[in-house]
Design a protein around this ligand. Structure first.
Ligand code: SF4
Length: 152
């Protein structure tokens, strides 16, 4: 997907990722395949990205932020209470690089019994990936991490 942020990204670094970024992409792809089998419904309400409004928090690691910035660049919008990658129509402008927490979260009621274990399982894999690739594990609230890692 090409969006207004990815126009500025470094294609060379996207296409030739470091070992840890490659491992992260593989983890995301495996999760996406599992979700394709489960088929939770997304009605594109965009609620999951309006954190304060819906009392929802998103946590990410530094490595996930690196991948997000690599693909989409830092946010153009000021950091507020809503994800700055959410478009004015409520869709995600960072689909390819969005963090694990975004990928695994659906508000489909039929999926709620599956989501906690699926989240835990993949989070454990994310922690293991950091250990295996010897990447410092820094995990924090998304908007706080964004604010401390971008100039906006
Ligand atoms: S990165 Fe995309 S899916 Fe995740 S909170 Fe932001 S707009 Fe929503």
């Amino acid at each position: 997907m090409t969006d207004r942020r990815s126009q500025d990204h470094d294609d060379e670094r996207v296409d030739r990722p470091s070992a840890e970024i490659l491992a992260l992409r593989q983890l995301y792809e495996a999760l996406d395949r599992e979700l394709q089998a489960i088929r939770p419904v997304c009605e594109l309400s965009g609620r999951c990205c309006r954190f304060a409004e819906y009392g929802h928090s998103l946590f990410v690691t530094d490595l996930e932020l690196q991948e997000l910035f690599l693909r989409h660049g830092p946010p153009n919008e000021p950091i507020g209470e809503t994800c700055p990658y959410q478009s004015s129509t409520g869709t995600c402008e960072a689909r390819e690089g969005r963090p694990l927490g975004c990928r695994v979260y659906f508000c489909d009621p039929t999926y709620q019994s599956v989501m906690p274990e699926l989240t835990e399982q993949h989070h454990r894999q994310l922690v293991a990936l950091h250990e295996r690739e010897r990447v410092p594990y820094r995990y924090g609230e998304f908007l706080v991490m964004l604010a401390s890692n971008s100039s906006t």
